[in-house]
Ligand binder design. Sequence first.
Ligand SMILES: Nc1ncnc2c1ncn2[C@@H]1O[C@H](COP(=O)(O)OP(=O)(O)OP(=O)(O)O)[C@@H](O)[C@H]1O
Length: 614
Amino acid sequence: MSNHPNQAQAPVRPGGFGGGPPGGRGAVVPKVRAKNRMATIKRIWSYLNRQRTGLIMVYIFTILNAVVALIGPYLLGKAIDSAIIPHDYGLLVRFCIMLGGVYLLGSAVSWVQAYVMTSVSQRTVFELRRDLFAKYQELPIGFFDTRANGELMSRATNDIDNVSNSLNQSVTQLLNSLITLSGSLVIMLMLNVPLTVIALVTIPLVLLASRKITGLSRIYFKNQQQYLGELNGFIEEAISGQKVIKQYRREEAETARFRGMSSELNKVSIKAQIVSGLVGPVMNLINNLDFALIASVGGWMAFKGLATVGVIVSMLNYAKQFSRPISELANQYNLIQSAIAGAERVFEVMDMPSEYTGEQPQELQRVHGEVIFRDVVFGYQADAPILNGVSFEAKPGEKIALVGPTGAGKTTIVNLLTRFYEINSGELLIDGRDIRELNKNELRSQLGMVLQDAHVFSGTIRENIRFGRLDASDREVEEAASLANVSGFIARLPQGYDTMLGTEGTTLSHGQRQLLTIARAILADPAILILDEATSSVDTRTEMHIQQAMRTLMKGRTSFVIAHRLSTIQDADRILVIQGGQIAEQGSHEQLLALKGVYHELYNSQFKHAVQAG
Ligand SMILES: Nc1ncnc2c1ncn2[C@@H]1O[C@H](COP(=O)(O)OP(=O)(O)OP(=O)(O)O)[C@@H](O)[C@H]1O
């Protein structure tokens, strides 16, 4: 059976990343395009808006924060004019206390605002990530065939982190900036119109500079996300392919490739940071020019008695407050750009058609297990058929073996049975019903798979067997293990059924894993079975155990066995010899031998091989 990511265990678990083999080395990461920025922002907003109460609190505290900040300079000016210049110490002390109170209140309010905003944004990205993962579970196997696992993981981590960072800062800053801008402008106009006009002189310069810089940095940020995704894909493949890398001593070559990719990422990241980092200094320069201009003109006005010193100090402070939001907005723009780029990559996946769309829940009685393929044509790409008119029948409870050279289409045939892929033409019937009329969920609950690449999940042995049927009792789990010939081995483990498997637990041998997946399938009790005979060498005793467990499993079920050694399928009710996507021969072992055709040849060559090896 070919080693595609479409391998699942009984019962069929949709999708799931991390477990499967690499999904295409160096897979092309779809280009990140700013398709519809407004639509993306609206969509992020719709997520954010679910935290209504939190958001309202954020608004209130942000407004409070901005207003408090606006009061400070005004009080400062007043203190100079009415307390310092007339030498009124009592009033000065009162102003100082007021100012201290205002700044203290400002700090407290901004802390609460940050706290509430963090919980709102974290909750938002939690939901976004949850929905993305749920989507991954719903996508058809074909989606995973062409994408690297790491790249898909990157969308659920880095891209969503970008959204989170931006939400954390941008929502409050945007509102704050807006209030500060308009508030400062109004107060400045009230205090001194000519100085306000001077403060506004540099605004076009600020806008022009920020536009230029952010336009450039946006491109680099998008590239950065894309390269990061590719790099993640590469790392994931290099880790899952460690054995192959080591065995072929490709460590250095892989490291060199990594270095190449990583340095590309480095370059675009540096460019993105350098360009976006320009915003601060450029804005500062323009602001300082403005500050100097107001100070000079203000000083001159004070000399001429056209304005008081207090007003000028207030104006200088407001001018600073006024330009701060503009440069902050420019900075936010960068952050928002990178969040939008991330969100687009997330929504791109979310918008992929789910394989369950339009399916109505269906009460599917346990099928008898009759399977009919009639002139089935199928290709993974519509214009390149792999199966060219496959027809055969399996009666309930029959054992059907699929044999044939590698790449002939054996796995493809069983992939159609699970509806991992849809047939192009012809008919595929289960108990006389067109497979396309059956709800995939219900259909798959009738099917069990035991594959060569026996997959166990992180968790206990008990949980791994119970994966076959979640409501099974401990007793049923243990019975299944016993039928699968694995209970003796489990009993010898110090923690028995509670032994942890996976990243932090015991590592099982291939044969043991295979037996566990057989137990899982026994527990699931499917009407139709798909078995991929193990080709990897397990010791003779384990192999005997596996064969025996498989026989127990097959009893009373329609079984499709993808066989690599003809010796194990001689008792099959029917053997299908697949060649070039067609059934070259079919019949029982004896019938096929008598035909003296492809099977006969295959059998003889294996037999000779076995004799020579013996
Ligand atoms: N997900 C896929 N996308 C595109 N082509 C595929 C995919 N899976 C298999 N193929 C192609 O379909 C053909 C049949 O593959 P299949 O896996 O069915 O062969 P097989 O008979 O099971 O081979 P093996 O004994 O080596 O496992 C091959 O040419 C293969 O390259």
